[in-house]
Design a protein around this ligand. Structure first.
Ligand SMILES: [Cu+2]
Length: 204
């Protein structure tokens, strides 16, 4: 077989694989209470029956710069480790009292040596003991299919195998215990669009 013929054969094989894999995407369009695009909304797509196998992600960074956490909202899978580099010259003292992960990184500059392992699903609220205005959220997903919206409120969850799922949405601006009810989503061979409006007040 010539190189060209081999390339053609491989191309055909790849095309065939893509057709038989049948994975589709869930395209999300999330708005706030006023109908404007909502950033930092988190979508978790969980199998309706049973649990999907989840692997920890590579280490993530939640940095501090100009007395702000960056990013403000982080989504990771269960078991992922987070590092907390401080790029400010002032010291920070990062903590969480959330049931899924309680920890404290006492006054530090630079990068604390020990990563924090988020080993239970749910939401952890992070604060700084020194700077009350600093806040960040870590959403720990027990599913490999999740997304966080950027400023345009649109996100995609790619390569979802066909099946029945429940979609849960979350945002740090939702009043406590007002998460919208899970929505049933069926993924087939075609991409699915889902639009949702969350009861989050518009950013000032
Ligand atoms: Cu601080």
């Amino acid at each position: 077989m010539t190189a060209r013929a081999l390339g053609l054969a491989m191309g055909l094989a790849c095309g065939a694989t893509a057709l038989t894999a049948h994975a589709a995407a869930l395209a999300l369009n999330i708005t706030d209470a006023s109908g404007k695009p909502l950033a930092d909304a988190v979508a978790l797509l969980e199998p309706a029956g049973g649990k999907a196998p989840v692997k920890p992600l590579p280490d993530v960074e939640i940095s501090q710069a100009k007395r702000q956490f960056q990013p403000r909202v982080t989504v990771i899978t269960t078991g992922t480790r987070a590092l907390f580099p401080n790029f400010d010259t002032v010291r920070h003292h990062v903590y969480s009292f959330s049931p899924i992960k309680t920890f404290e990184l006492k006054l530090y500059t630079g990068v604390p040596g020990t990563p924090v392992v988020f080993d239970k699903p749910g939401v952890a609220v992070l604060g700084c003991n020194i700077h009350d205005s600093m806040a960040a959220w870590v959403v720990v997903a027990d599913t490999p299919w999740f997304a966080r919206t950027p400023a345009n409120g649109r996100a995609r969850i790619d390569a979802v195998p066909p099946g029945a799922y429940k979609l849960r949405l979350w945002h740090p601006g939702l009043p406590p215990n007002t998460e919208p009810a899970a929505v049933a989503i069926t993924i087939g061979n075609a991409d699915v669009d889902h639009t949702a409006q969350l009861a989050v007040a518009a950013e000032p």
